[in-house]
Design a protein around this ligand. Structure first.
Ligand code: SF4
Ligand code: SF4
Length: 270
């Protein structure tokens, strides 16, 4: 697996390397230096690899989004989910010995879910990956009492783990069930995606890749490598971008477009 942009840990507090607390820090996640796997506290291991962040600030000149062609999304395929798990360290979560599999499946953090939609009239079933929709008007941000839920200038909605108090208002407000709560202490994690007990998190469009100048996400790469090419990532504001060209050529919809959230994730074929 290709490793991406793993800022070296700068603190014994995993959260201290994570979420930005001002606009400058929101522009990028850290400074990289070398390959390490460091034990920073009893039982806590952080993995990091070399990368160099960009220096310019995030602007509203771009708006990142995804277009998902449900006609190409294959029943039973989980390539995007598995890649997201690896990219964001979700595969480092471990089921507590005392938990049932059913309970764990319900509790563990998940950033992409494969969802099946059924047309009640025709019985037709459609498969699609569902993640944070990166709403232009995000209810999760509106209800957050601390400002931990925030939208970057480039449209990415994410959580500042410094200020998240785990009240989970955002989880209740999100119409897409896109957010996860970390219930247990975390003993292994990636420095590019730090997580800790009591915080909420969700898809951040591989923000570490954005801030290191890459033009894809882990789910897009994995879907392409699996031969399906069901997901396109890009700048919704750029008429020359692949995603805009696709959107101009094919009908697409927002899920729950009745809510007028102007999502950054669009679906075709539904
Ligand atoms: S999908 Fe949910 S978590 Fe993502 S921006 Fe919209 S309301 Fe917030
Ligand atoms: S759980 Fe965290 S991010 Fe969500 S509303 Fe509460 S403080 Fe904000």
């Amino acid at each position: 697996m290709k490793e991406h942009h793993e800022p070296t840990d700068r603190s014994t507090d995993p959260a201290a390397d994570s979420a930005p607390s001002d606009s400058g820090r929101r522009a990028f996640m850290g400074v990289a230096a070398g390959v390490t796997a460091a034990v920073v506290a009893p039982g806590v291991v952080l993995h990091s690899v070399t990368a160099a962040p960009r220096s310019e600030a995030v602007t509203s000149d771009v708006r990142w989004g995804l277009l998902i062609d449900t006609a190409k999304c294959v029943d039973g395929c989980s390539a995007c989910v598995d890649a997201c798990d690896r990219e964001n360290g979700l595969n480092l979560q471990h089921k507590p010995a005392s938990a049932s599999q059913e309970h764990w499946d319900d509790q563990k953090a998940v950033w992409i879910r494969k969802v099946q939609l059924q047309d009640n009239q025709t019985g037709r079933v459609t498969n699609l990956p569902l993640m944070c929709q990166h709403c232009e008007h995000p209810p999760c941000v509106d209800v957050c009492p601390t400002g931990a839920s925030f939208k970057r200038a480039d449209g990415i909605v994410m959580v500042d783990r410094h200020t998240c108090i785990g009240c989970r208002y955002c989880m209740m407000a999100c119409p897409y069930k896109a957010r996860s709560f970390i219930h247990k202490a975390v003993d292994e994690q990636l420095t590019r995606v730090p997580r800790g007990k009591g915080c909420v998190e969700s898809c951040n469009l591989c923000v570490h890749r954005r801030d290191f100048g890459e033009d894809s996400t882990a789910c897009v790469d994995a879907c392409r490598e699996a031969g399906h090419e069901a997901i396109v990532f890009g700048d919704l504001k750029d008429p020359e971008s692949i995603i805009r060209k696709h959107l101009a050529e094919m009908a697409s919809r927002q899920i729950r477009e009745d809510l007028s959230l102007n999502t950054g994730v669009r679906y075709s074929g539904i």
